[in-house]
Design a binder for this molecule. Structure first.
Ligand code: AMP
Length: 460
């Protein structure tokens, strides 16, 4: 008896030991999870350009910035995006927290923004309420070129206006963003998938057509027939494309209200001189869309592997999530895809201002003083480079030369005692000694005469 009691205790102890040993031995994988990546300093000029262009246009078109959490309760996405969609069925990163909450990482931004719109009573604001957001989104997809598991989107949404003039303006903003990034040749695809009333009739028609061709569809599309038949239309499989090519089109089955809405949108786009293509197979993957859907593609054949961005109207989403009925429209652009295309067309990344001044120091006292002097110059909006760790003046001047600065400020032992600084003109080699009190003004004056802009917008 005693033996049988003892045995498991020994086993437990041994198991504990192995668990501890195993934990310690687990190697650190020196890379992020599959489909996720670092954005290195060398690539940041492209990201800076995207940030600058998207934020500038958001201000110019009256959008206010909003940031919502990366994680939300899972059912927000299940309800809004739709249970039968690929994003929810296959791609949602969801987990249960230690406290038992069912949480998911956002696979897109609109659901969280609509949730925030309701929660913060934004429906009382003057309409349309235009919101801009940007950040990472997560989809457990099969990674490949231009398709990642963590990727960034810029997102523009507008709540409270059903007039198609807003649809046209949103498409215009999307096109402006892409073109202002230097991707001049673009293709705008539009379609209308109607409202729940006319879509139901259209769906029935589509399903009976697709059922008659079911043996020609891929396995996924056979499943989609029940869950999300519209999605069969944009399946990339050749055999499904062939079936889709002769399928009934939603634009031919719109109710009067949706038909007029779509017609007016096209007239506004004509008015804006925005060339568009009506793509009857453009349905977008998410359940919440109504009426207008659109996508922005590269205008060139080589760049047209995948969409740069897309969006549409979601007039029923706010109500579905428990808010007042509020028509709305939005779109998201994929930042990585924009950058891939920018590089392909050799669009210019952002060029950060370079320092025109180098601060060199020689000797212990000068070294101490130079730290304060650097910050004095920085506070005055003068961009300065330094190499404080280097002792020899020559090696510091070599760095200054490599950076191509216009002047080097030299602070040696004598200067530090005299409260002076030497200004060396790096083009002519001329040197002058100036008093420390006058240095900032003098440097500013010299930079101005050379037509150099100082980098701080707000000095403090
Ligand atoms: P969607 O709403 O799915 O059309 O996504 C909007 C945009 O986000 C797309 O047009 C792409 O530019 C980008 N995007 C979507 N999925 C991915 C992904 N897995 N990796 C990178 N970018 C993506």
């Amino acid at each position: 008896m005693a033996k049988t009691i003892k045995k498991p205790a020994v086993k437990k102890e041994a198991a504990k030991k192995t668990a501890v040993v195993k934990k310690e031995a687990e190697p650190i994988v020196a890379q992020p999870p599959r489909g996720m990546k670092d954005i290195l300093p060398t690539d940041q000029p492209y990201w800076d350009q995207v940030r600058r262009v998207t934020e500038k246009l958001s201000r110019e078109y009256g959008f206010s910035r909003i940031d919502t959490p990366l994680a939300e309760f899972s059912n927000l996405f299940n309800r809004s995006i739709g249970e039968g969609t690929d994003i929810i069925e296959k791609e949602l990163y969801s987990f249960v927290t230690k406290g038992g909450d069912k949480i998911a990482l956002r696979p897109e931004m609109t659901a969280g923004i609509a949730r925030a719109f309701i929660q913060h009573g934004m429906s009382v604001l003057s309409k349309p309420v235009k919101l801009f957001s940007t950040g990472p989104v997560y989809r457990y997809d099969r990674p490949q070129e231009g398709r990642y598991r963590e990727f960034y989107q810029v997102n523009y949404d507008a709540f409270g206006e059903q007039d198609p003039i807003l649809d046209a303006q949103m498409i215009q903003v999307a096109a402006r963003v892409v073109q202002n990034l230097g991707i001049k040749a673009i293709q705008i695809q539009v379609n209308s998938i109607g409202c729940p009333v006319c879509r139901k009739e259209y769906k029935d028609l589509l399903v009976s057509y697709l059922e008659s061709k079911a043996n020609k569809l891929c396995i996924d599309c056979k499943r989609r027939l029940d869950a999300n038949p519209l999605r069969v239309l944009d399946c990339k499989e050749d055999k499904c494309s062939q079936v889709a090519a002769s399928a009934p089109q939603s634009v031919d089955h719109l109710c009067e209200e949706c038909r007029v809405h779509f017609k007016s949108l096209l007239e506004y786009l004509d008015e804006l001189d925005l060339p568009y293509t009506i793509n009857p197979r453009l349905v977008r993957g998410l359940d919440y869309y109504t009426k207008t859907v659109f996508e922005i593609w590269s205008g060139s054949e080589e760049g047209r592997k995948s969409a740069l961005g897309g969006g549409g109207r979601y007039d029923n989403l706010v109500k579905l999530l428990g808010g007042e009925a509020t028509p709305a429209i939005g779109f998201g652009l994929g930042v990585e895809r924009l950058i891939i295309e920018m590089k392909r067309v050799q669009a210019k990344p952002y060029k950060a201002p370079k320092p025109k001044v180098f601060l060199a120091q020689l000797g212990e006292l000068a070294k101490k003083k130079s730290l304060r002097l650097f910050s004095e110059l920085e506070k005055n909006g003068i961009l300065v480079a330094e190499s404080f760790g280097r002792g020899s003046l020559n090696s510091q001047l070599r760095v200054a030369n490599r950076l191509g600065v216009e002047m080097t400020l030299i602070l040696g032992q004598k200067e530090a005692l005299d409260k002076t600084v030497i200004i060396k003109n790096m083009t002519t080699g001329e040197q002058e000694t100036v008093s420390m009190d006058k240095l900032v003004d003098l440097v500013k004056k010299k930079l101005k005469t050379d037509n150099v802009v100082t980098y701080h917008e707000n000095h403090n």
